[in-house]
Ligand binder design. Sequence first.
Ligand code: NAD
Length: 482
Amino acid sequence: MTVLLNDPVTRTQAYFDGEWRAGARTFEVIHPGTLEPIGAVADCTADDARRAIDAAEEALRAWRQVNPYQRGQILRRWHDLMFEHKEELARLMTLEMGKPITETRGEVHYAASFIEWCAEEAGRISGERISMRQNRKRGFTNAEPVGIVYAVTPWNFPAGMITRKAAPALAAGCVMILKPAEQSPMTALYLAELWLQAGGPANTLQVLPTNDAPAFSAPFMADERVRKLTFTGSTAVGRLLYTQAAQTLKRVSLELGGHAPFLVFEDADLEKAAREVVGSKFRNAGQTCISTNRIYVQRAVAEEFTAILTRLTGKLVLGDPLLDGTGVGPVVEQAGLDKIQAQVQDALQRGARATVGGTVKEGLYFHPTVLTDVHPDSLILREETFGPVAPVVPFDTEEEALRLANASEYGLAAYAYTRDLGRAWRVAEALEYGIVGINDGVPSAGAPHVPFGGMKNSGVGREGGHWGLDEYLETKFISMGL
Ligand code: NAD
């Protein structure tokens, strides 16, 4: 079958069981910037899911036998095609979920970097020779693909959250069935199209959008042939899928919510710390799992820091995400905006003050906001905001800062700014988070080879680097008597 690039059909039809399929029903994808529909995408059903699993079973038999260096070559072509179509991909992501175009261009690089790393690593997947206690025996391990993988991804990184899963899975010799977020299915379909163009065999990467995630997911969770679930999204849904996956004892990777604290000590470079807070907080309009959610500043510098943060935040350009000059775009949908407004109202009612922002501009556009005098019981200090609001809270001692930072059910990312080397180590080790940035507000940027994942209610397992690849490999022990 010929797959035409630039053919919008292949961005709206599902790809499974060897064909692009329109589906009996469709659902609309809305551009958050204008609230206009940009396409109607196939709405896949539980029957489609079963067909995809059957097709995956057959595809797996061949794909796991393909020489890993050859798998790596196909991945490399996939990576190159993403760059050939960088502008289209970036535009599509911006249209689907409203992230500013300069950021979606960056996401193409970020997403492709996982493919590149796995393309290089595929040929290095191997085993070990183990010395045995008996001279007449030889021991070995074999690294083998886990099998059929079911992937469920969110809208906030429409390409990155897919390649961070698909690249290691395909490099390992697994096949993947992907259910993208309902807000951003077309980016996922475009990636499937490029995978086929790169020479990816039929049904090794199937992409099925749906508007009814629970009903569509049920066959995967019940099927013994699906050996792994990989999920990125909210903690509530992750917990639900974890329970369901237990019935067939699937391998599970969960990348869930976060509530990142950012600690600023009095010896920090305040201007630099504030710049990094702005990046970490307002990138993607705050809709990032590692977004700074709570800013704790040592009391002696709290006022000065807040003034710098307010000045920098006030300079951010809120507007059309398709324009190059835009720094902050709309949030993805009304439910997200409602949550942001509820958190801001709650904080204001408890005595907080907005030094900048605090209101909706229009549609789904919320002004970048800094809040001070935030009461400790405020919702915003406990719940993930997923919006452009930065609450600043003073602290007195290092011990207090760590207690506040760790008082969360989440454990994904945390940041601290200090020039005291001893404190830097103490704080890095005491923070109960999977990712810690010391004088670094973007620890994962441009780093497909580092582990990404959370502790506590932020997840299970790691993506990126060999940790991410291991999630798709079984370790088989082989003992041979002579
Ligand atoms: P969400 O949990 O609502 O949706 C994520 C995915 O799950 C979507 O594809 C959705 O269709 C699907 N889904 C929803 N209910 C389902 C069900 N009952 N059965 C099967 N699938 C179901 O999350 P969201 O609002 O789309 O994404 C934002 C969340 O993702 C935030 O909490 C954010 O922190 C988290 N996130 C985490 C990471 C990470 O790496 N830890 C990265 C990005 C986003």
